[in-house]
Write a protein that binds this ligand. Structure first.
Ligand code: NDP
Length: 460
């Protein structure tokens, strides 16, 4: 028995915190977890999971259209938002319950309270009139949507948190931002029949993704009827009798029923008392080393609160690596290289490794293989949605440095491609892999001609 109430106290029951807590508890450690909201964190409660349900819901609009081209008679269709919300909430409650059960089965205690550090070993459970002590502390509090608090009319603006719980589906929505959340919600709302305008300050959406991918997706969004306004941003939002009016830096005004800001997320450290324990921050994020240890010897942090790669599976791996290191005597770090990600836009993006620009910068000469085509499902139906597949190959070693796919199944495809890239596969090894036919993904192993810029004027 140590002098502390617990061997490990985890603050935040999201993806990273729960994985660490369960693994630690299964090792026999005495573990407690504090969560001020619902167990499951951003991913389960107001992020990836409900978002994916909304994507599924919104895709039916195009499925119904396609079905007709394939000979189906589709009767009158309509979408009932309250029905969807109720079903979605039921499923989220079920999943959150599974997280609770898993924690309990592992032997971890759960406290429904905000936790605040009093010092490096003492935690106050705010509002419970209780303090506890722990040998080790893990901060896994995630992030929260960031909005410019000083913008006139900011009180009228939604973030993704509220977008999951809207009472009524708006007829018109203005979405600000050009990142993951803005693009995903633009497609979701468009699919559900809402008039969508995307307002982004940059020259194109999805900064950080490959330029061909960005240009391709922007084209696809426009084809779907989403208005994409680039090079401008909000100055204010005004409430009028007709709804909300967005005043943009371009001088334009946009009328809508809702305005959604998706301008990034900030690490959630508010009220945590990190200063009482001396935990250091940089740009608002907890500073950690490769083992997720902070500058305070007995305090670690994983997930979005550390602002490394803000993705659920990354938080899970960081949490697992921490538990392996500290409770299984197995020093483990998580390798943040070659982490694949997906944007659940419509069509979706799957991406792993370097963009063409990053590869040219880091490796000098690169070979590019690029294909843009109509998938057979859409070609049959006379649709104009196009897929894009791009490989970035190091000219000297012939290693594949980047793989980028825009297509309905891109997230599924990129998971497998990520294995090959992580293993350091060469283009010749990809090409020696026999195609699976007829699939969209077969293009990945059949691209023989190098792409020359004049072949396709798609780059942004
Ligand atoms: P992102 O960082 O992806 O995008 C933020 C967007 O807001 C960028 O287009 C950025 O423009 C713009 N922006 C930032 N600050 C301002 C400002 N002051 N004024 C105007 N525009 C601004 O953030 P998101 O909110 O979309 O998502 C947060 C994170 O959540 C993502 O980075 C990702 O890690 C994670 N996520 C992952 C998903 C997935 O895996 N599918 C889905 C959703 C979220 P600029 O490019 O010019 O900086």
């Amino acid at each position: 028995m140590t002098q502390y109430d617990y061997d490990l106290f985890v603050i935040g029951a999201g993806s990273g915190g729960v994985r660490a807590a369960r693994l630690a508890a299964l090792s026999g450690a005495r573990v407690a977890v504090a969560e001020e909201h619902r167990v499951g964190g951003t991913c389960v409660i107001r992020g990836c999971v409900p978002k994916k349900f909304m994507v599924y819901a919104s895709e039916f609009a195009s499925h119904f259209k396609l079905a007709q081209a394939y000979g189906w008679t589709v009767g009158e269709t309509s979408f009932d938002w309250p029905t969807f919300l109720a079903e979605k909430d039921k499923e989220i409650a079920r999943l959150s319950g599974i997280y609770v059960t898993n924690l309990q089965n592992a032997g971890a205690e759960l406290a429904h309270a905000k936790a605040r550090l009093i010092d490096a070993h003492t935690i106050e459970l705010v509002g419970k009139d209780k303090t506890v002590t722990a040998d080790k502390i893990l901060i896994a509090t995630g992030g929260r949507p960031w909005v410019p608090q000083d913008m006139p009319g900011i009180e009228h603006v939604l973030t993704s948190d509220e977008a999951f719980q809207l009472e009524n589906l708006p007829k018109r929505i203005v979405i600000a931002g050009g990142g993951y959340i803005a693009v995903e919600f633009a497609c979701i709302f468009k699919g559900l029949g809402v008039d969508v305008t995307l307002v982004h300050r940059g020259p194109n959406i999805l900064r950080g993704f490959d330029d061909h991918v960005r240009a391709h997706l922007a084209d696809e969004l426009e084809k779907k009827g989403i208005d994409v306004l680039l090079g401008c941003q909000h100055e204010s939002v005004e409430k009028t009798e007709a709804g909300l009016v967005s005043h943009l830096t371009s001088g334009a005004t946009l009328e809508s029923d809702q305005v959604l800001f998706a301008l990034g997320r900030a690490p959630y450290v508010k009220g945590l008392g990190l200063e009482n324990a001396g935990v250091a921050l940089k740009d608002g994020a907890v500073i950690v080393d490769d083992y997720s240890r902070t500058n305070v010897e007995n305090i670690w942090a994983v997930g979005d609160v550390t602002d490394r790669i803000n993705l659920t599976p990354v938080a899970i791996r960081e949490g697992a690596a921490f538990a392996q290191t500290e409770f299984y005597d197995n020093p483990t770090t998580f390798d943040h290289e070659m982490v694949a990600s997906a944007v659940f836009s419509q069509p979706a993006i799957g991406s792993v490794g370097l963009t063409e620009a990053e590869a040219r910068h880091a490796h000098g000469k690169v070979d590019i293989y690029l294909s843009r085509f109509r998938a057979m499902k859409h070609a049959f139906a006379g649709g104009d949605e196009r897929a894009l597949i791009k490989l970035v190959v190091d000219q000297a070693s012939q290693k594949i440095l980047g793989c980028h796919v825009v297509a309905a199944d891109a997230p599924e495809i990129i998971q497998m491609a990520a294995i090959a890239l992580k293993m350091g596969a060469t283009k010749a090894q990809w090409d020696s892999t026999c195609a699976v036919h007829p699939t969209l993904a077969e293009e990945l192993v059949t691209m023989r001609e190098k792409y020359l810029p004049q072949d396709l004027g798609a780059a942004a």
